[in-house]
Design a protein around this ligand. Structure first.
Ligand SMILES: Cc1cc2nc3c(=O)[nH]c(=O)nc-3n(C[C@H](O)[C@H](O)[C@H](O)COP(=O)(O)O)c2cc1C
Length: 296
């Protein structure tokens, strides 16, 4: 990273709420979408999407979403009023096939208007809670509201709804051969800043081996020329640093005999060519060979 990159440093109190909203929502993204169905004490159903949302605990299984006070007039949203009246909700997960109807359901319809009907979703009775679930959702979580925490009382203030999962519905079409939820099949969508959404499919999906049970050597253990390479990227260094051990002398000697390596070594010593070859091997999922090569 160069030290002379220009940066705007901003005190959040020095800009308008609209500008602050823009920075926060564009940068803290992509955000998963909680499509929450709730009811009021008369039993009127409400369905609204919330991207201030995430999973925060597995034991107990707890999700949190936040219906904010409206920026324009500081009023509260039906979803918030409903969960204070009837402490139950169904959190439906949104995939690409549902995204336009989900967006329509965020329209600020009047009191008692059922967004299932307005957006054309199928209302399916839940097993353990009163609000219905969305029939089209690949996964739905029936939840009991554990706590509601107001973060303020001014326009834009969030209200954390802590929702404990009591029943899970998973459509079998979204499972893999082992019965686990299949990420590519799910085709989930997420909210970004402005009107942007993001679709978790195709090239947007990639895997990184989890470093939870391993102890990577760390980028600081790589040769200095590798750390300061003009070719290798931060992602390349991260993958190399995730390996658990430095190459042995034997491994380095063996890699020196690799035909692609000998052709580089036989010419003038060309560190750029070596780093490019290591990068290619990393792209082909051969990080151990790349690390040995970088120790020549
Ligand atoms: C994808 C998406 C995400 C949204 N996320 C939030 C959010 O996290 N918090 C919020 O207060 N409003 C959010 N909104 C706006 C609400 O969905 C909208 O105000 C909704 O109509 C509230 O309905 P209600 O008054 O029936 O609860 C979001 C809208 C969309 C389309």
């Amino acid at each position: 990273m160069s030290n002379n990159e220009e940066i705007n440093s901003i005190d959040p109190n020095s800009i308008s709420q609209q500008e602050l909203h823009g920075y926060l929502l564009s940068a803290v993204a992509p955000r998963p979408i909680c499509f929450a169905s709730t009811i009021d004490k008369e039993g009127n159903v409400n369905l609204s999407p919330f991207s201030y949302f995430n999973l925060f605990s597995v034991n107990p299984p707890m999700m949190v979403f936040s219906p904010s006070r409206r920026g324009r007039d500081n009023t509260t949203k039906h979803t918030l009023e409903n969960v204070l009246e009837v402490k139950e909700t169904v959190i439906n997960i949104v995939n690409f096939d549902m995204v336009e109807q989900m967006s329509l359901s965020s329209t600020e319809y009047g009191d008692g208007v059922n967004e299932f009907v307005k957006a054309g979703f199928t209302q399916v009775p839940s097993d353990k809670v009163q609000p219905p679930k969305v029939g089209e959702a690949p996964v739905a979580f029936e939840c009991v509201v554990d706590q509601v925490i107001a973060l303020g009382d001014g326009p834009g203030a969030g209200n954390l709804v802590l929702a404990k999962v009591v029943q899970i519905h998973v459509k079998k079409a979204f499972l893999d051969a082992e019965g686990k939820l299949d990420t590519p099949k799910l085709d989930l969508v997420a909210r970004m800043g402005g009107n942007w959404y993001c679709r978790a499919s195709g090239n947007a999906l990639f895997e990184i081996p989890k470093p939870i049970r391993t102890l990577g050597i760390g980028v600081d253990m790589l040769p200095e020329a590798v750390q300061n390479s003009m070719v290798l990227t931060g992602n390349n260094l991260g993958r190399l640093g995730n390996l658990e051990q430095l190459p042995t002398k034997e491994e380095i000697a063996k890699i020196a005999e690799h035909p692609e390596v000998t052709s580089i070594l036989n010419g003038e010593e060309d560190i750029i060519a070596l780093h490019k070859l290591a990068q290619e091997w990393l792209a082909h999922d051969k990080p151990e060979d790349a690390l040995a090569l970088l120790h020549l």
